[in-house]
Design a protein around this ligand. Structure first.
Ligand code: SF4
Length: 202
């Protein structure tokens, strides 16, 4: 029996990124392989559940709330990618599944969409995923250097799809102003704001 380490399951609006505002059920998996200084996610506690039990909880929560989107997040969910693949096999096929990942563990499958937020080795992460249709990139921006990195990746890989730029929350106003100053150099970008934090939601 496949087991998954689950930190929490809840239903809310997606607060950030390309699908901001979408009602969704969230499956937050335990653990991360990185240690970002501004990390705001508590994945210190977890329960070990069978894939069957997780599936049952998700389906009942999604049916009750009339939800069609499942967001698998973390931490870093790809640490449990085999378990995720087992879960996907058991879930109804009409559920849209998105995976929020830092992209450091490359594991691409066609059944899901990826929202990739590279934190380390950003170019390698970008190179691995940028050519796939169902991938979206969201970069946390905390400095001019971060903006320069995004611009150079867009140019080097001739990437014309939208990229979401998310000001690091503790300096949200300053970084938004900095992004505005960079407008002449930015193309096909959108601002991603962590709306759930302003609204005191999960
Ligand atoms: S990758 Fe995400 S969850 Fe992991 S430490 Fe960084 S911000 Fe936190």
């Amino acid at each position: 029996m496949i087991k998954i380490k689950v930190s929490e399951i809840f239903t809310s609006f997606q607060g950030e990124g390309p699908y901001v505002g979408t009602p969704a059920t969230f499956l937050r998996l335990y653990g991360c392989n990185l240690n970002c200084e501004w990390c705001d996610t508590d994945v210190s506690t977890y329960e070990i559940l069978s894939v069957g039990d997780v599936c049952e909880i998700l389906i009942s929560q999604m049916e009750f709330n009339n939800i069609k989107t499942l967001i698998i997040t973390g931490g870093e969910p790809t640490l449990q990618m085999d378990e995720i693949k087992g879960l996907i096999k058991e879930l109804p096929k009409d559920i849209k599944i998105q995976l929020e990942t830092n992209g450091s563990i490359f594991d691409y499958i066609t059944e899901i969409e990826y929202v990739i937020s590279p934190k380390e080795n950003k170019e390698k992460v970008f190179e691995n995923y940028y050519k796939y249709e169902n991938t979206f990139f969201k970069f946390v921006i905390s400095s001019q250097k971060d903006i320069n990195e995004v611009i150079s990746l867009k140019n080097k890989y001739n990437y014309n799809k939208t990229i979401w730029l998310q000001p690091e929350f503790s300096q949200d106003i300053e970084i938004t102003n900095l992004l505005r100053e960079n407008f002449p150099r930015l193309e096909n970008v959108k601002l991603s704001v962590q709306t759930h934090k302003y609204l005191n939601q999960r």
